[in-house]
Write a protein that binds this ligand. Structure first.
Ligand SMILES: *[C@@H]1O[C@H](CO)[C@@H](O)[C@H](O)[C@H]1NC(C)=O
Ligand SMILES: *[C@@H]1O[C@H](CO)[C@@H](O)[C@H](O)[C@H]1NC(C)=O
Ligand SMILES: *[C@@H]1O[C@H](CO)[C@@H](O)[C@H](O)[C@H]1NC(C)=O
Ligand SMILES: *[C@@H]1O[C@H](CO)[C@@H](O)[C@H](O)[C@H]1NC(C)=O
Ligand SMILES: *[C@@H]1O[C@H](CO)[C@@H](O)[C@H](O)[C@H]1NC(C)=O
Ligand SMILES: *[C@@H]1O[C@H](CO)[C@@H](O)[C@H](O)[C@H]1NC(C)=O
Ligand SMILES: *[C@@H]1O[C@H](CO)[C@@H](O)[C@H](O)[C@H]1NC(C)=O
Ligand SMILES: *[C@@H]1O[C@H](CO)[C@@H](O)[C@H](O)[C@H]1NC(C)=O
Length: 459
């Protein structure tokens, strides 16, 4: 027998060999510049220019952020079947090869924000039916191809903000195709005119979380009507970014208005209240001074002989046409509401409903009434201010002319004017007498100012 090795010594050699194998294995799969911990691999800021192919196959999270990766080749992640979170923010990715996410259908989060994507092509996210969050903000995207989001049936949040998108395929998002989508961020793009019919047809959950502020919207009634409804329902994007909702008048970017604040530009717009019903709301604003006679017309989309009118007022509730003729508020046969002697507390939203009983139609009009306080009050304030000025001036002059003389001649210490809280007449007199003296001097001084003659101190 030439071979002297017995099975026992072989067994002794096995453990170190196994260990060597394991170490080799992990060295092959975790690159030196990456950090591989449990189910997470971090290769951020590692100077990578392409997606590394040898990474642990069991990772759930892969961070490739802050590198120089320019594109994602087909099947880049095919050896990572458990991958759920892929972070590639802050790279130079300008395009994705066909089948980039082949065999990576487990992805739930894909972060490609702050890259250089220009066109989001329809094949980009093919097969990612489990994807819940798609982050594409801060790229150079000008176009999102029509069927890009098709197949992303688990999508919950999609961020397209801070790009140069001019149009978006809203029609590709429907109740059955995207039942979980609750956030679609298209803010800070370059959208001027949208297919508002498509926007209105979006699932309710998407409308509730649709961010469209800071675009290049052009003011028109179709646009305003959509935002009016969202604002009316108090949706978060409108509440949180009310000031960033701007539109430009006839497309001139310099004539930009905050349309949620300056609704008067849309006072002639009609707002469909429900798509299925011929109900319209006309918005207008009325500003009157207190005491004026106020006429609010109930012009709606309905016209004809057989209309009856009801007004809902903020202070007095429903006011019907045939109701009691209040001496201050009444409704005429043509629907006009008359408020005689308007008061500041009449301010508020007035809603008129015109009812066509024959055709079973109704329509409403809203008027935002603001009653401002009467003018005399402002005169009074002005008068008070003027008086205050004169008194101040007199006091200053008294200080300048009167005080030094008194001190040098008489050197009489002033009695401490501590008011005593008692209603005894004599005490009151003694407390107020020094002030009366001052008043007299004040009067003299006023006379001096008016006469312009030299004032001689009394002896
Ligand atoms: C990748 O997916 C294709 C089908 O798209 C399949 O044929 C192939 O076996 C998968 N490869 C791996 C490594 O799972
Ligand atoms: C609004 O959009 C412009 C360009 O689209 C962008 O430069 C700016 O930062 C955005 N403003 C905000 C407050 O996001
Ligand atoms: C609304 O319509 C009235 C009358 O038709 C017109 O005088 C007014 O200028 C219009 N307002 C706006 C903001 O277009
Ligand atoms: C509004 O103010 C007037 C007096 O200015 C008062 O008589 C009236 O009751 C007030 N109405 C309401 C609804 O507060
Ligand atoms: C209500 O009564 C006043 C006088 O009491 C009258 O001038 C006014 O026209 C009446 N209004 C209506 C709508 O009948
Ligand atoms: C309705 O009738 C009143 C009084 O007759 C009148 O002052 C008002 O202008 C009318 N309104 C309209 C819209 O015709
Ligand atoms: C207006 O029409 C709607 C739907 O037809 C109905 O629910 C509502 O009660 C009507 N309003 C009035 C004041 O008749
Ligand atoms: C009504 O008008 C006032 C003053 O113009 C404004 O402050 C208020 O927000 C308006 N209310 C509505 C509901 O538009």
């Amino acid at each position: 027998m030439t071979c002297q090795l017995n099975p026992g010594s072989l067994l002794l050699l096995l453990p170190p060999l196994l260990l060597l194998c394991l170490v080799r294995g992990s060295q092959q799969t975790c690159l030196s510049m990456c950090l591989c911990v449990s189910d997470t691999v971090s290769c951020s800021s590692s100077g990578l220019s392409k997606v590394p192919l040898s990474l642990p196959s069991f990772s759930v999270t892969l961070d490739l952020g802050h590198n120089h990766i320019t594109w994602i080749a087909a099947g880049s992640f095919r050896r990572m079947p458990r991958l759920e979170n892929l972070r590639m923010a802050h790279n130079q990715v300008s395009s994705l090869g066909p089948g980039a996410f082949n065999n990576a259908s487990g992805l739930r989060l894909l972060d490609l924000s702050s890259n250089k994507l220009q066109v989001v092509e329809q094949h980009y996210f093919q097969g990612l039916w489990r994807l819940e969050e798609l982050l594409l903000f801060n790229n150079k995207i000008v176009q999102v191809e029509a069927s890009t989001l098709m197949g992303l049936s688990s999508l919950k949040k999609a961020y397209f903000s801070h790009n140069q998108i001019t149009d978006f395929p809203f029609f590709s998002i429907q109740d059955h195709s995207h039942p979980f989508l609750t956030m679609l961020d298209l803010s800070s793009n370059r959208m001027a005119r949208l297919q508002w019919e498509d926007v209105k047809a979006l699932p309710g959950l998407v409308q509730r979380g649709l961010y469209l502020h800071n675009n290049s919207l052009i003011c028109d009634c179709a646009m305003y009507s959509v935002f009016w409804h969202w604002d009316f329902r108090g949706y978060d994007p409108l509440r949180d970014f009310a000031d960033e909702h701007t539109c430009s008048i006839s497309g001139d970017p310099r004539a930009s208005i905050r349309f949620l604040r300056q609704s008067r530009f849309f006072s002639n717009c009609s707002v469909e209240k429900a798509i299925s019903q011929p109900v319209t709301v006309l918005l207008s604003n009325v500003l009157v001074s207190e005491g004026e006679l106020l006429h609010l017309d109930c012009q709606t989309s309905l016209s004809g002989e057989d209309l009856s009118f009801t007004w809902l007022s903020p202070g007095k509730g429903f006011i019907a046409q045939s109701g009691v003729n209040d001496t201050l508020i009444s409704v005429f046969a043509n629907g006009t509401l008359e408020i005689r002697d308007a008061k500041v507390n009449d301010t508020g939203m007035y809603v008129c409903t015109a009812l066509d009983t024959k055709q079973a139609l109704n329509a409403t009009r809203e008027v935002n009434v603001t009653v401002i306080p009467p003018a005399p009050e402002s005169f009074n304030t002005g008068y008070t201010t003027l008086l205050g000025c004169v008194v101040t001036m007199v006091v200053i002059l008294m200080y300048l002319y009167l005080t030094p003389c008194r001190c040098s001649c008489c050197k009489q210490p002033k009695p401490p004017a501590i008011p005593i809280a008692t209603y005894d007449h004599s005490t009151l007199a003694s407390v107020f007498s020094p002030r009366d003296e001052h008043k007299m001097q004040m009067n003299k001084h006023v006379a001096f100012v008016e006469d312009g003659t030299e004032w001689t101190p009394e002896g």
